[in-house]
Design a protein. Sequence first.
Length: 365
Amino acid sequence: MDFFLPVAQVQVSILTILFLSFIVGLVSGLFGIGGGFLMTPVLIFLGIPPAFAIANEANNILGTSVSGALTHWFRKTLDYKMGLVIVSGGILGTIVGMMIFYQLKLMGIVNEIISLAYIYLLVIVGTLMFARSAKEIVNLRKKIVVRKKAHTHYWIHGLPFRMRFHKSNLYESAIAPIVLGFFVGVFASIMGVGGAFLMVPAMIYIIGIPTKLVPGTSLFVTIFITALVVIGHAFHFQSIDFILVSILLTGSIIGLHVGLKISEKLNPAEYKTLLAILLLLVGIIMGVEQFVLKRGESLFAIAKDGMINNRLSELVLNLSQEYPISYGLFSIITVILAGVIFSYARELVHYIRYDVEKKKYNFFK
C-alpha cells in the first residue's frame, strides 16, 4: 500500500515503514536505547531525504519519550530536578544546532554531512557496545564478578553553582549537567536523535546518577529537546510530514511497549552483542552507499518520486507551508497525546489482575 508523503515529496509503502518502525521500537524497548540513531538511517535507506528523515524521526522520538517517561514516573524512577538542569543546557544546544543545520543547508552539503555523521556514529557506538557486551559474556561464562565502584568524584563536580539533587542523592556543580545538555541539544538538532547514546553513559559515569534513575531522566530530557527541534524544523525548513510521523509513531510505540514487556523476562547480555553487530552492519551499509555506489544509487531505496494524488496530502502540504508554527505545534501535541494514551493504557493493564478464585478483576497490585 503506497502513499505519497506531501512534505518529503516521495511515495512510500506504509506497511514497510510501519513494520520497520515496530522493529526499531521493539529493539528500543528490549535494550533500553533510543531508536533515533537506528530509525533515521533506516528512513534514509528507504529513500527519504536525510533532512526530512531527521525532522520526522525527532517528532516520533518525542511521542515515544513521553510514553516512556510516564512509565518511569509511575515507577518513581525519574529525577525531575536533574532533568530540568540538563534541559537548560539543551535549549541553548538546540538553538546552536539549528544554526549549524541552517548553514549546512545553505552550503548544500547537509545530506552528505548527516550521512557521514551517521556512518561514524554507528561504527563507533557499535564497536564500543560489541567490546563491552563481549566482555560481559566472557565474565558471565567464567563466573567472574565485577565489583562496580561507587560514584567517582571528578574535578568538574567541585566547580561553582553546586546543587543538591535529593532524588539522585547527589551534591555537585550544575555545570556538568548543563554542558551535557548542550551537546545533546546540538546532536538532536543536526542528527534527529534523542541523544541517549551520549546522555546515558555521561549520566552514569560522569554525573553519577543512580542507574535505576537514568532511563527515566534521559527520556524526560529528550521530551523538551525534541519538542524544540520539531518546532525549529517546522518553522525554518517546513520539513515535518505529519503523515510520516503518524506511521512512525504507531509502529514505534507498539514495538516499544512490546519490547519493554519482553525485556522483563530476558537477560540482555548476549542480545546486546547482536544489537552491536546490527549497528555495525547498518554503518557499513551506509558507508558502501556513500563511498562505493554512484551518486543517487541505493541498495534498499523503496521511496520513489511521485505527485500529490489525494486531498489529505494536499491539505498537509498547504498547512506545513502556510502555517508552519501552528502545524508544528499540532504535530507535537498529537504525538504527546498518543504517548500519554499508550502509557496510561499500559499502566491500566499492569494494574488490572484477574483473581481466579474470586472470579473478579482486581484493580490494585
